[in-house]
Design a protein around this ligand. Structure first.
Ligand SMILES: CN(C)c1nnc([C@H](N)S(N)(=O)=O)s1
Ligand SMILES: [Zn+2]
Length: 261
């Protein structure tokens, strides 16, 4: 069907342009970040995350990733500062990861990919009335990208991985209250920023990307739990393991990447 897409040979990133022509646009994401070509911009302030009043609602398997959704009916949890002219409301976060032993981040740094990448998706509720409207505006969304590298167990990620068995199948959802994603941040908020897009269809070119330089560390065991998720629904006969749900880097097309100090 027209809006079907996935990460397989027949429906993956190299095919998306057929149903989603924006895939060939001038500000597509992710990209390969080259630090020495991303000069420090002294006008870039620090980013400020006000997540203390955030309200997580549920965790769901949407057939492409595992998503934790938030109550975004008011400005209780926002990101502001840095390249942003307004506060942007937290709507959801999700992950992208690889297969066993393979890397699965979307952004790369000088050609190097990390094991996984966490995206915290925010929208500009000052200028736009809804997420949907913001998602189609050039300054509508702000996505905070955090790399996951492997090493020791992450002390808080278990709160997410312990819930994954409840959302094994596509379209499954379960309550997920009281989770504050502040616990998934690295110690430094230094970042790269550039103008890009959603990395999954419809690939709208509406994202101000803020990619943190410092990865968080999670264990192989914790990452392995993401791979028990399935792309397929409970009623489907094939058991397609959810892994390698990342889009490869896209052409920069003259864009400038800036660095906070
Ligand atoms: C509708 N929302 C919240 C999103 N649509 N596409 C999203 C992509 N997974 S990403 N990676 O955030 O661009 S997130
Ligand atoms: Zn994403």
């Amino acid at each position: 069907k027209g809006n079907h897409w996935g990460y397989g040979k027949e429906d993956g990133p190299s095919i998306w342009h057929k149903n989603f022509p924006t895939a060939d646009g001038d500000r597509q994401s992710p990209i390969d970040i080259i630090p020495k070509e991303a000069p420090c911009d002294p006008n870039l302030g620090q980013i400020v995350l006000n997540y203390d009043q955030c309200t997580s609602l549920n965790i769901t398997n949407n057939g492409h990733s595992v998503v934790v959704e938030f109550d975004d009916t008011d400005d209780r949890s926002v990101i502001q500062g840095g390249p942003l002219d307004n506060p942007y409301r937290l709507k959801q976060f999700h992950f992208h990861w690889g297969g066993k032993g393979c890397h699965g981040s979307e952004h790369t740094v000088e050609g190097m990919s990390y094991a996984s990448e966490l995206h915290l998706v925010h929208w500009n509720a000052v200028k736009y009335k809804s997420f949907g409207q913001a998602a189609e505006a050039p300054d509508g969304l702000a996505v905070l990208g955090i790399f996951l590298d492997t090493g020791d167990d992450h002390r808080w990620l278990h709160m997410v991985t312990d819930a994954l068995y409840m959302v094994k199948f596509k379209a499954s959802v379960t309550d997920f209250k009281g989770f504050n994603p502040k616990c998934l941040l690295p110690s430094s908020l230094h970042y790269w920023t550039y103008l890009g897009s959603l990395t999954t269809p419809p690939l709208h070119e509406s994202v101000i990307w803020i990619v943190l330089k410092e990865p968080i560390i999670v264990s192989e065991k914790q990452l392995g739990k993401f791979r028990m998720l399935l792309f397929s629904g409970e009623e489907e006969d094939q058991r397609l393991r959810m892994e390698n749900n990342f889009r490869p880097p896209q052409p920069l097309k003259g864009r400038k990447v800036r660095s906070s100090n």
